[in-house]
Every structure is written in structure tokens, then in C-alpha cells.
Design a binder for this molecule. Sequence first.
Ligand SMILES: [Zn+2]
Ligand SMILES: [Zn+2]
Length: 263
Amino acid sequence: MKNTFSFTKFVESLGCHLKIGFHWSAVSPDNKIVVVTIWDDQLNNEEYVLIPEGSPKWMSFAGGKELRKHVPIALSEGVETLGILCHAEDPNAIPRRRAYYDEKSLLVLRLEKRGDQVIALVTGEITPEIAAKGSVFNHVSQRKSAINDLETIPEGTKIPERLKTEGHAFMRNRMVRDYVIRRANGKCEYCGVLGFLMQNNRRYIEVHHIIGLGNNGPDTINNVVGLCPSHHREAHFGLAAGELNQHMQAKVNAINLVLRSIS
Ligand SMILES: [Zn+2]
Ligand SMILES: [Zn+2]
């Protein structure tokens, strides 16, 4: 995925000044908006550990020190904290570098102290255009779940209606979904069958959480698989669903391993 702007430019369009391109957080000159990096693979059930316990190595880098300065500002009253979803080039690298970021929507965050940790809770999302105008409070919308996982779609309920009333129990990381759809490349990642062609000329693939979010499965590319409708249903309702999900996990692990080694 290629971004339209550099990360620095993007952050500046939100009225915040990023000191150096590889920093992970920024603050506006009037200390009213704090922008933080949210790594997509570490966002779990709409919770993100912004300041972890202890002093992990990445915190000793310039970006980590900046974040330590910015979080207390973000915790003070009347300050808006926005998260930019970022995908790491290499999740094991320290410090992490950005491969790309979500330029279409920003996460609206509420920060909470838990002991030594500071947790960011996703309370909604907002477009960068509206955030740039500085009117975050009035325009926050619930995070959209474009995902078509079966457990969120009760029998006989149309998806859009469901979304309105969904609350935030099962809000999904759209970037993870988009990533998995791209990774599947039109084919069921389990059986390899091609999805049918849709009106937009793309192939139809459903996205499935191997360990359901309701069972605290993470919303990450390692726990999400792109499936044909038949295998998706079997993964939920099949007699051997447990085994099938284990096979799917093995396939996803293998696919990710290959992708990691070539990227
Ligand atoms: Zn299949
Ligand atoms: Zn599913």
C-alpha cells in the first residue's frame, strides 16, 4: 500500500508537528491535539497499550522519549487524542518502522491509566478532513465494521442496520480486513477456490476470525483468514469446526511466514 503523503505531512495536515519523520507521536502547538501511532497488529479488541509496563527497549529511542512526553499532555483535560493506524515494516524490529498508515480514517482515543501502563481505548473514528478542521467532538462516528464475519451477522438482519446498533462489542480493524483480502488475492486461503466476480470486478472473499473476537481472539492478520463462503460457514457451523480452524491457523501461519520472508 502506498500512501498519498509522507507521514510527517499527514500529521502536519492535522495541525500537529512531527519532529522527525520516524517519530511515533506529535502534539499541536496549542497542546490541544495529540496524535499517536497505533500499530495495527497490537490493537486488541479496541484496546491498545500506549505506555507499557517497565521500560521496553523501543522506549529508549527518540520516538519513545517523545511519546513519554506527549502522553501526559494527552491525559490532561480538554485534549483530544487521535490514533493513526500504522502497519509495521517488520513487527520484530526495534524500533519499528512504518510500512504504511491508514490515511482514510483516524481513531478517536480515550486514554486510561492502569498502574504504570497507559491504555488507549478506541471510542470511534473520524475522517482526517474533519479532524483537520479541529472539530473532533461533534463528528466522531462509530468505527465501521465492513467485515463479513458470520458471528456479527445474526439471521435475518441486514448488515447496515446491524452496524447502527452494534455498539462497540465487535468493532473491527478495517486495515486488518483489507490486508487479509489483499493477501487472499481472490482465493479462499484454505482451499484455493476463486471467489465469484462481483459487480466491482473484484473476487468475493469472506473474512473470518479463527479465534472469534467473542473468545478474545486478537484482531490481527495472524488470526484472520480469507475464505470462500462454504468454508466460512463450515468454520462456524461444521461438525469438525475446531479441527478446521486449526488447519486454517496453520495455513495462515505458513502464508504469513512466506510473506514476511519476501518482504
Ligand atoms: Zn474454501
Ligand atoms: Zn467467521
